[in-house]
Design a protein around this ligand. Structure first.
Ligand SMILES: C[S@@+](CC[C@H](N)C(=O)[O-])C[C@H]1O[C@@H](n2cnc3c(N)ncnc32)[C@H](O)[C@@H]1O
Length: 302
């Protein structure tokens, strides 16, 4: 191995293909012609960081036992972690005012007090924390209209008993998960969060904000690669927004099939604005209201 490294190492078409295939097999991300420049750029950066002078040698490292850590680092560098609080508001309104209301009613009738939501591809946490806020507000409003037959303990819990809320938030990027767990957000990141919401659910730390512990404790973060066969089960709702957009059609179909199995009967799947289940499955029923879409699991679907 030489000790001086050129600014750019030549990446042949064959090497690019090998690396593209490896990335696809490992995490489902597909880099078509429009995105190969991004892949090339990130590969050059990782090669430099590892001080390796050929892409074939880098490929050999990635596929070796010793290369597991570098493979994680590469995949991490290929993810796009763009996110925000209250992203795609019409969809969140549909979630809170229609879907959640219906699920709460249905569950209450059955005396099932558990609610499980999964934010798959949660990035730096804004999505699962937004969902926690929306559920807490929805439950507070629900009990304003249907008071509990007993006094609420003090201080008032965010989730009125006997309800139990679990929000699982997962990602393939360890650095995004770490940031999500730290939950420190800057003023520009807080821009979509209004004044009352900040007062209720956030605390100031210097010139930044963090999530209050009671809300934070509702969200559990974990590493999950959506390419894996075994994914979190028994969810009432799955949010997987702006993730499938990076997968090709075959991988999208496989993921939707897995989501079907990860949802409870009648459960719902929310995907991003630019994503759709159209032509990919017949196992979900589309609900479109007020400029927002959700897909509900159909029972007895083959
Ligand atoms: C653009 S962000 C979307 C964040 C959030 N869902 C939203 O819509 O605001 C996409 C996230 O998906 C994650 N991701 C990409 N491929 C993944 C995979 N195979 N398994 C799990 N997460 C993945 C990325 O790390 C990234 O944090």
């Amino acid at each position: 191995m030489s000790t001086t490294f050129p600014a750019q190492v030549q990446l042949t078409d064959a090497e690019l293909k090998l690396l593209q295939t490896l990335v696809y097999q490992e995490c489902g991300m597909h880099f078509d012609e429009r995105r190969t420049h991004f892949l090339r750029d990130r590969l050059q950066r990782r090669l430099k960081a590892c001080q390796i002078d050929s892409f074939y040698a880098y490929y050999r490292l990635l596929t070796s036992r010793e290369g597991k850590k570098e493979l994680t680092a590469l995949l991490e560098n290929l993810t796009v972690n763009e996110t925000s609080f209250f992203r795609i508001r019409p969809q969140l309104e549909l979630f809170q005012k229609v879907i959640l209301e219906e699920i709460l009613k249905r569950k209450q009738e059955r005396r099932d007090w558990s609610l499980r939501i999964w934010s798959a591809g949660c990035s730096t946490g804004q999505e699962p924390y937004t969902l926690a806020i929306l559920v807490c507000d929805a439950l507070a409003y629900y009990y304003l209209r249907n008071p509990l037959p007993f006094d609420m303990p003090t201080p008032k819990p965010l989730i009125p008993p006997p309800w139990k809320l679990e929000i699982l938030a997962s990602d393939i990027s360890y650095s995004a998960l770490l940031a999500a767990q730290q939950a420190i957000y800057t003023e520009p990141q807080m821009e979509p969060v209004d004044y009352t919401c900040r007062l209720r659910y956030f605390e100031k730390v210097g010139d930044k904000y963090t999530i209050k512990p009671m809300l934070k404790s509702l969200v559990q973060f974990d590493f999950h690669n959506l390419k894996a066969e075994f994914l979190p089960q028994n969810n009432d709702i799955i949010f997987c927004r702006n993730v499938m957009i990076y997968f090709d059609e075959a991988e999208q179909k496989r993921l939707i099939e897995k989501f079907y199995r990860c949802l409870n009967p009648g459960g719902c799947l929310f995907v991003g604005h630019a994503e759709s289940l159209f032509g990919l499955t017949t196992k979900f029923h589309m609900i479109h209201e007020n400029n927002a879409t959700v897909y509900q699991r159909m029972e007895g679907a083959q």
